[in-house]
Write a protein that binds this ligand. Structure first.
Ligand code: AMP
Ligand code: MG
Length: 318
């Protein structure tokens, strides 16, 4: 029997029993549990096989709730929350004692956001606690952007995927921390740097492994298909190096005409980077199912969400 259901009250009941429910958000599906339940949080790490040094994002119902869990809100954090929540931006702030250490991997900061999905906002309203919800995929695998993706990963491990359709933003939230109250981007994501800088002025980016060693979203290899994947600027040129192989193509805007190609997906026929983001993980899931020898992905224009997609594709390569 399918574990996919639209029944919010069933999700509430399971979460109140310290069980896990996969939930829809605008970015990707999350594997959610009560942040105050040791049992639920332990299940999240075990189910995902996620290393304990990798902290979880806390999903809250409203800006007002922020004071319950964070000790200090810098002025620019307030501006960003007001501008983008509910939405795909995560703020890393000094935590209050109520936040268990296992959520933050022992750090004195907590990552928090309000997701922009009507089903999950309703769910959060009906609960007495926030939800920890890392992406609902086994550690290092492609993030799920549909209820079916989650079901194929975890049908034997969890009781329910709350169905909210296909995720509209398609890649994870942008993560912002604060150093001396100034915003720093720790992970590129669904909110563009351009939009962020419109609100708070210029921001520094520190998304390399050596600058944020405890942040596995920044690991050099992450978000990866099983099939060998490369990221290139010129697809036709790259195809020449794989003569006789089963070649899959992930193109941005224009279909590549070449007989050597076995399977091809174009991310956005109108060349729209946001549409490309929406389709990215689903395309990688499909390519990975085709029994290919190589996936050749085309680098996107390096602006707006194109930058975040290039970041994910780089981490998908091996
Ligand atoms: P996800 O796996 O998409 O839920 O993202 C979780 C990511 O949030 C982690 O891998 C970290 O990169 C980041 N994160 C969570 N909490 C913190 C924190 N306290 N400090 C810095 N980064 C954090
Ligand atoms: Mg993840």
């Amino acid at each position: 029997m399918s574990i996919i259901s639209k029944d919010i009250s069933k999700a509430v009941a399971l979460l109140n029993q310290e069980k896990l429910v996969a939930i829809p958000t605008e970015t990707v599906y999350g594997l959610a549990g009560n942040i105050f339940s040791e049992k639920a949080i332990d299940s999240i790490f075990k189910t995902k096989q996620r290393p304990l040094f990798n902290p979880l994002i806390v999903h809250i119902p409203s800006i007002d709730y922020l004071e319950t869990i964070v000790a200090r809100i810098p002025e620019k954090a307030k501006l960003l929350a007001e501008a983008f929540w509910p939405g795909p931006i995560t703020l890393v702030l000094k935590k209050k004692e109520v936040i268990p250490d296992v959520i933050t991997a022992g750090k004195d900061t907590v990552a928090v956001r309000i997701p922009n999905h009507p089903t999950t906002l309703e769910l959060l309203k009906q609960l007495d606690f926030p939800l920890a919800a890392p992406s609902a995929n086994p550690f290092n695998r492609i993030s799920p952007t549909s209820a079916e993706h989650v079901e194929s990963y975890f049908k034997n491990d969890i009781k329910m995927v709350l169905d909210g359709g296909t995720c509209t933003s398609g890649i994870e939230s942008t993560i912002i921390g604060f150093e001396n109250d100034e915003p720093i981007i720790y992970r590129l994501g669904s909110t563009s740097i351009e939009d962020i800088e419109n609100i708070v002025g210029s921001v520094e980016i520190k998304n390399k492994k050596n600058s944020v060693p405890n942040a596995p979203g920044m690991l050099a290899r992450h978000y990866a298909p099983n099939t060998k994947t490369i990221l290139v600027t010129d697809i036709s040129d790259a195809i020449k190096q794989f003569q006789g192989k089963n070649i899959g193509i992930l193109a941005f805007e224009n279909e590549i005409k070449n007989k050597a190609i076995k399977f091809q997906i174009v991310l956005s026929k109108t060349g729209n980077v946001s549409e490309a983001a929406t389709n990215l993980y689903s395309a990688l899931h499909q390519l990975d199912e085709q029994d290919l020898d190589i996936i050749i992905a085309e680098r996107l224009p390096n602006h707006d969400i194109g930058k975040s997609i290039n970041d994910r594709l780089q981490r998908a390569t091996k």
